[in-house]
Each structure stands twice: as C-alpha cells, then as structure tokens.
Design a protein around this ligand. Structure first.
Ligand code: GAR
Length: 192
C-alpha cells in the first residue's frame, strides 16, 4: 500500500520538446498521483515544453546554465523556497554538479533512453543500431554525481526490429517513457 500523505511538491527540469513533462503533468492531475508539479526549470528559454507549463499556469524558471554555479545557486534557492521534495529531470540536457546534488537533500530522478548501464550519454538510438543490439529501452534512475549512473528505479525494454532506425526508436521509446516515468515515481515514493 502506498504510504505518502498529501502530494509531494515536484519540479520538472526540461531542455526542449517536453513530451515527458506534458505526460507528467497529466499524471500529476490524477487522484492516484503522489506528485504535484509546482515548478518547471529550464536552461533553454525557447524550450517548446515551456508551453505545457504556461498552459497549466505552472510557474517556470529559466536559467541558462552557462555560468553553472550561478544558475545552480539560483535554482537551489527557488527550490528551497518552494519546498520541492522531488526533482524529475525529463530531457534536461545539462549535467548537475555534485555540489547541487549534495545541497539538495531529496531525490532527483532522471529518465534516460537506453538500457542503463549500457549507452550512457548522447545519441543512444544511433549507437544501439550501429552495434546491432537486439533490444533497447529506457531507464529511470536516481541521479548521483556520475553521468547516468545512479541507482536504477525502473527499466523497460523493447525489441529492435530489422527496419528500425534512430527516428522510429525515438518514437517508440518516448511512448514507453510516458508510462515508465509515472510508474517509476510511484515505485520510488511507495518506499518512502
Ligand atoms: C527523452 O527520450 C529522454 O529519455 C531523453 O530525452 C528525451 C526528451 O524528450 N533524455 C536524455 O537523453 C537525457 N540524457 P521530451 O523532451 O519529449 O520529454
């Protein structure tokens, strides 16, 4: 049985399209959802995903992360002010410093489009195809100071078909992620 009381203040960090953000917002509006998204953070003022926050009147914070220390400090300040107890990275293409991770005392989740620990980093779909992998997938994991390396919370896989290419894999994996991320959040918070 899930034990949390009330919904957990959550921030979602994005850099671009934001389909996972859109989906997490939808999830957060369900009764069974343990989270309430009260802040969206981006390093990209032109991120398309910001429109999902705007449409739902969710406050957002833009910090370009060019000066990482400055941007991270501003972000931490806001996160503390808003009493954010969960951060979900969803297509956030900046690496948080160990200083940020140390200062923030609550879980940070990330979704990565590969079967971690395989294919950390960028261009995962192209690399799995180049290596003739049979399967690929996506992973939700806790963030630590090493890239794509924290404890795995949940992972799902799909079979790579003969005629798949990076575009078809991206599409299939995004669809899978839209179920995976909410499921991973439920799993993480059920253990609190
Ligand atoms: C997602 O597939 C996510 O797994 C990936 O970026 C995409 C974002 O899509 N994340 C990474 O590659 C992080 N290393 P979205 O903006 O539509 O949610």
């Amino acid at each position: 049985m899930v034990k949390f009381v009330g919904k957990i203040n959550t921030a979602v960090f994005i850099s671009g399209r934001g389909s996972n953000l859109k989906n997490l917002i939808k999830f957060s509006e369900k009764k069974i959802s343990p989270i309430k998204i009260i802040l969206v953070v981006t390093n990209n003022k032109n991120a398309k995903g910001l429109n999902f926050a705007k449409n739902k009147k969710i406050p957002f914070l833009i910090n370009n992360f060019k000066n990482k220390t400055l941007s991270e400090n501003k972000t931490i300040k806001r996160i503390k002010k808003n009493k954010i107890e969960l951060i979900c990275l969803a297509g956030f293409m900046k690496i948080l410093t160990s200083n940020f991770i140390k200062k923030y005392k609550h879980p940070i989740l990330n979704i990565h489009p590969s079967l971690l620990p395989k294919y950390k980093g960028l261009n995962t779909h192209q690399r799995v195809i180049n290596n003739n992998e049979q399967f690929t997938g996506s992973t939700v994991h806790l963030v630590n100071s090493k890239l794509d390396s924290g404890k795995i919370i949940l992972q799902r896989k799909i079979k790579i078909l003969k005629n798949d290419n990076p575009k078809t894999l991206e599409k299939k994996i995004l669809k899978l992620e839209h179920k995976l991320y909410p499921d991973a959040i439920l799993k993480l918070l059920a253990n609190f």
